[in-house]
Design a protein around this ligand. Structure first.
Ligand SMILES: Cc1ncc(COP(=O)(O)O)c(C=O)c1O
Length: 445
C-alpha cells in the first residue's frame, strides 16, 4: 500500500484519528475504505462493488476513470501547475469561452471559483456591487453551500449553526407542491399562488433594497423540487419589474443533470447570473464559478470587480473543465440523459405505484428522488422536518448500500442521480435493488 499503510484497516483508523469528517458526529463514524473505481462503480477494500447511484455528491457526472480528464490534468500539471489568476493562459481562456457559450445567450463572462459555496458568495457580492442594494432573497428548501454567505442563503437546517445570520437575507417559500398548504387545481394555479406571495413579500421588504433572488433552478438536496409551469418565468418577470438580479444556482442541476447544460434552459429563461461547480469538472479537480450576463460584464468594464481568490481559475481545474465539456459534446451526453431519463421516470412511476412507503417520485433527466411517507393519503413524511431521531433514513440507506447501491438521503428523500454515462442495463439492474429494499421499507411503515 502507498504512504506506508499496512492495510485498509490502518487507513480507516488513521482517518478516524486525524480527519474531521463533514456533517457528522465524529465518534459514530465508520468510513468505507475505497481502493479503486471505474465507470459507475467503486470498489471498497473489503471487496464490495458499489454502483454509485448518487454520483457521489451529484457531481461525478462522467463516472470514474475518465481518461480524457485524467490526461488533461496530467498534461497541465507537467506544463504549468499554477499561475495566479491575473495571467491569461490557454486552458483558462478556453474554458471561460466554452462555459459562456454553453450558457443562455444573454451571458457574457465568467468568474471562476473552487466550488459551489464560493461561487454563491461571489454572486451575492456581484449583485450588491451592481445594484447598490443589500437584501438577498432565497428559499427555505434550499442548500447553497456551507460558508458564511452561502450558508446564510441556505434555507434548510444546515443554516441554523450560522445564526444569527446576515442582516437583509430574507427567506421565502418554495413551490413544493407535494406539501402544499392545500391542493391546487393545476400547476398554473400553484405558480400564481407562490408568485403572488413572493411579490407581496418583496413589496413588504422594500423592493429598492433587494439586490438579488437566489434560487436553485431545480432544487437538489432538498428533494428534487421541479418548478411548476411558468414559475421561473414569473420570477424573472418580478425581478425585471423591481430591478432585482435573478441568480440561478446550478451547482447541482447544471452540466447535463437535467438533460440540458443548465437546468434553467428547460424553461427558456435568461437569469442575470448562474452559479455552477460539480459537473464542470466532475470532481476530477475542484472548480466552480459565476457566469454573469453581458450587461453585468459591461458594468465591470468601468467599475472594479472586488472579487478574488488565490485559486480562482486554477490551471488544473480549467484543464479538467475543458476536457470534461469536450467529453459531454463528444459523447452526446445531453441526448443520452434525455433518453435514460425516460427509462428512469418510468421505473420510478412503477415504484410509486407499487410501494405504500413511497409518497412521491420526482425526476427530470437523471436528477431524481423517492420521497418516503408514513401515509400516502396525508403525505406525512417518514421523518419529521429537520429530524430523524431514530435514524430511519440512515438505516434505509444502509440497506441499499449492503446490496451494492450507493446513495444518500435528505429529509425523507432517497436520491437517484447516477452518473450520466449509465447504461440501460445498469440502470434497470440497480433500480431493481431499490425496488427490493422498498419492499422491506413498506413493512416498516
Ligand atoms: C445547489 C448547491 N449549491 C451550492 C452547493 C455548494 O457547493 P460546494 O459544496 O462545492 O461548496 C451545493 C452542494 O451540494 C449545491 O447542491
Amino acid at each position: 500500500m502507498r504512504y506506508g499503510f499496512k492495510n485498509a484497516e490502518e487507513v480507516k483508523e488513521t482517518s478516524l484519528k486525524y480527519n474531521l469528517h463533514s456533517w457528522s458526529v465524529q465518534g459514530k463514524l465508520n468510513p468505507a475504505v475505497v481502493e479503486k473505481a471505474e465507470g459507475i462503480y467503486y470498489y471498497t477494500a473489503d471487496g464490495k462493488k458499489m454502483a454509485d447511484m448518487s454520483s457521489q455528491l451529484v457531481n461525478l457526472n462522467v463516472g470514474y476513470g475518465n481518461k480524457d480528464i485524467i490526461d488533461a490534468i496530467k498534461e497541465q500539471a507537467e506544463k504549468l501547475a499554477y499561475i495566479s489568476p491575473a495571467y491569461a493562459i490557454d486552458c483558462r481562456s478556453k474554458l471561460a469561452e466554452m462555459v459562456v457559450k454553453a450558457a443562455p445567450k444573454n451571458m457574457g463572462k465568467v468568474f471562476f471559483t473552487l466550488g459551489g459555496a464560493d461561487a454563491n458568495e461571489n454572486a451575492i457580492k456581484i449583485a450588491k456591487l451592481v445594484t447598490g442594494r443589500y437584501k438577498i432573497f432565497s428559499r427555505y428548501r434550499a442548500y447553497h453551500g456551507s460558508s458564511f454567505g452561502a450558508g446564510n442563503l441556505t434555507g434548510e437546517p444546515r443554516r441554523y449553526t450560522l445564526e444569527p445570520g446576515i442582516p437583509g437575507f430574507v427567506k421565502f417559500t418554495d413551490p413544493y407542491l407535494y406539501h402544499a398548504p392545500f391542493p391546487f387545481e393545476s400547476e398554473e394555479q400553484a405558480t400564481e399562488y407562490y408568485l403572488g406571495q413572493l411579490r407581496d413579500q418583496i413589496i413588504y421588504e422594500n423592493p429598492d433594497a433587494v439586490a438579488a433572488i437566489v434560487m436553485e433552478s431545480v432544487t437538489g438536496s432538498n428533494g428534487i423540487i421541479i418548478p411548476p409551469k411558468g414559475y421561473l418565468q414569473g420570477v424573472r418577470k418580478i425581478c425585471d419589474e423591481f430591478g432585482i438580479m435573478m441568480v440561478c444556482d446550478e451547482v447541482m442541476a447544471g452540466w447535463g443533470r437535467t438533460g440540458e447544460y443548465f437546468a434553467c434552459e428547460n424553461w427558456g429563461i435568461e437569469p442575470d447570473m448562474i452559479t455552477f461547480a460539480k459537473g464542470v469538472t466532475c470532481g476530477y479537480a475542484p472548480l466552480g464559478g459565476v457566469i454573469v450576463s453581458k450587461k453585468i460584464a459591461e458594468f465591470f468594464d468601468t467599475h472594479k470587480l472586488d472579487c478574488g481568490l488565490t485559486y480562482s481559475a486554477h490551471p488544473l481545474g480549467c484543464a479538467a473543465g475543458v476536457a470534461c465539456l469536450n467529453f459531454y459534446e463528444k459523447e452526446h451526453i445531453m441526448d443520452k440523459v434525455k433518453e435514460r431519463g425516460k427509462q428512469l421516470g418510468a421505473l420510478l412511476e412503477d415504484i410509486k405505484a407499487k410501494h405504500k412507503s413511497v409518497g412521491d417520485v420526482r425526476y427530470i433527466g437523471l436528477f431524481s428522488c423517492v420521497e418516503l411517507t408514513k401515509d400516502k393519503a396525508t403525505h406525512e413524511p417518514l421523518v419529521p422536518f429537520g429530524k430523524d431521531p431514530e435514524g430511519i433514513m440512515g438505516k434505509i440507506v444502509g440497506m441499499l448500500k449492503a446490496k451494492g447501491f450507493n446513495t444518500y438521503s435528505h429529509e425523507a428523500c432517497i436520491f437517484v442521480c447516477p452518473p450520466l454515462i449509465i447504461t440501460e442495463e445498469e440502470l434497470a439492474e440497480n433500480m431493481a435493488i431499490l425496488d427490493e429494499v422498498l419492499t422491506e421499507v413498506d413493512k416498516m411503515v
